[in-house]
Design a protein around this ligand. Structure first.
Ligand code: FAD
Length: 422
């Protein structure tokens, strides 16, 4: 693996051979989540494909020339030509592997894969998800001397790590940057001795056998499992959204707002997240237009008052995006007014989407009892309907989803498990 600069681009990337190039930034959780996968894969594929990294902020001109709009972005080259389709945002290890495999003969791919060894390790408790709920459970279990592993598909911290400021977490007089609060939570749990397996792909989860397979070849087993996988932002479903995700459409203000200095931005949504993140984005953007489906904002009153006074912000009420298209450097959002049915065009340099969440259950929901919205039902000890399986935080059925409520759930589950295992 090698770090390059724009001046090396021609020599290192365009002059033949097979190359994977990672445009990364600092203060970018998805870039950090990618880093360990990129390094792991460089050990496996490094003899056949050159693994290069380039710092996007320090090489902006090249990034812009190549049309790299967000971090991280992975580009693939063969003999000087870009191939295989770009990857951006929260990149899965499996997605990279399938790109890399497509660049090599099948026989060589089989050889590389035959060199990977399967491993199995045993713990008392597996925690799936290292947001505030999972981290707190990890801390309490570790302090109770229970052998615990925290498994996360991303870096630890959950939503808090990408929230620019948290002003309602007790114990801090001043608002805390989200990344710092989550970093401190994570360090406290890690330093206690909880084992971390983060930035991994989950291959399978067996709640009955209490087995989780990570990155295809690594199995972790335990007596108990805590599900703390939180929620994921909803998509608008408008044409162009998937295509421009990570290429002008973002779901993370802390990651990408800094690239819109003096530019025009559209925000879809009008709830707490949309309003709070819009406030942050206006530190950089010259102009911000919110598109909101209702006739008034649904964020808390204090946040509403602040954004309504912000001179950079205008709001299109009772409106929804219908498509996202690109015209040169600009992204065009087609917006329909739900009352008049008239359609207008919004020209901007980037889009941020904040329109609610859904529980992260994916492959693990089958045998769990869920509520009507798909959230896990638990009892007061955070136990699910499956013996030995607990759930905490935003992923469970409850009325209020906050850091403090996730932390409380994590505490309860850990204490209940500690008592059971005693
Ligand atoms: C923009 C924004 C601003 C917010 N601001 C505040 C605020 O100011 N104050 C406040 O109290 N609350 C705030 N919240 C809410 C708060 O962040 C959440 O309630 C809290 O983070 C929930 O914690 P959690 O541990 O349940 O889940 P999350 O924080 O969502 O963490 C879940 C973790 O699970 C991981 N994961 C997902 N799927 C899997 C899987 N299959 N296997 C393993 N791991 C998985 C994720 O990568 C993540 O790390 C905000 C939320 C958002 C989105």
């Amino acid at each position: 693996m090698k770090e390059i600069n724009a001046s090396d681009f021609e020599k290192e990337v365009l002059n033949g051979g097979k190359v994977i190039l990672d445009f990364y930034s600092t203060e970018c959780p998805p870039c950090e989540a990618l880093a360990s996968k990129f390094e792991d894969l460089s050990h496996l594929y490094g003899n056949d494909i050159r693994f290069l990294k380039i710092f996007r902020q320090g090489n902006r001109e090249l990034a812009e020339k190549l049309g790299v709009k967000s971090s991280p972005t992975l580009l693939f080259f063969a003999n000087g030509n870009e191939i295989a389709g770009r990857l951006g945002g929260g990149i899965k290890k499996g997605e990279i592997i399938s790109r890399l495999d497509s660049m090599l003969p099948a026989k060589r791919v089989a050889e590389i894969k035959s060199g990977i060894k399967r491993t199995v390790s045993d713990f008392d408790v597996i925690i799936l998800g290292a947001g505030p709920g999972g981290l707190t459970a990890g801390l309490y279990l570790c302090q109770a001397k229970i052998n615990t592993v925290l498994v996360d598909i991303s870096l630890p911290g959950g939503h808090v790590s990408t929230t620019h400021e948290v002003s309602n977490y007790p114990g801090f007089i001043d608002p805390q940057p989200g990344y710092l609060l989550s970093h401190n939570m994570s360090e406290q749990t890690k330093l206690c001795g909880t084992v971390y397996k983060v930035a991994v792909d989950i291959t399978s989860v067996d709640l009955i056998r209490k087995e989780v397979v990570i990155d295809e070849f690594e199995t972790v087993r335990a007596k108990k499992i805590i599900i703390a996988t939180g929620t994921t932002p909803n998509l608008t479903g408008a044409p162009g959204e998937k295509e421009f995700k990570g290429k002008g459409i973002s779901y993370c203000a802390t990651c990408d707002a800094k690239y819109y200095e003096g530019k025009d931005v559209v925000v879809i949504g009008g709830g707490n997240s949309a309003v709070e993140e819009s406030e942050y984005i206006t530190r950089f953007a010259a102009k911000l237009t919110m598109v909101h489906q209702f006739d008034k904002l649904t964020a808390n009153k204090q946040a509403q008052e602040k954004i309504l006074k912000n001179p950079k912000v205008s709001i299109l009420f009772e409106s929804e995006p219908r498509s996202f298209t690109r015209e040169g450097e600009k992204i065009i959002t087609t917006v329909e007014n739900l009352k008049t049915r008239s359609v207008s065009r919004l020209e901007s340099d980037g889009i941020f989407i904040f329109i609610g969440f859904r529980p992260n259950l994916g492959m693990i929901k089958d045998k769990l009892e869920l509520d009507q919205w798909g959230y896990i039902r638990t009892n007061e000890d955070m136990q699910t309907n499956i013996p030995g399986v607990y759930a905490v935080g935003d992923v469970i059925s409850k009325k209020y989803r906050q850091i403090t409520t996730a932390v409380a759930d994590g505490t309860i589950a850990a204490m209940a498990i500690a008592k059971e295992l005693d």
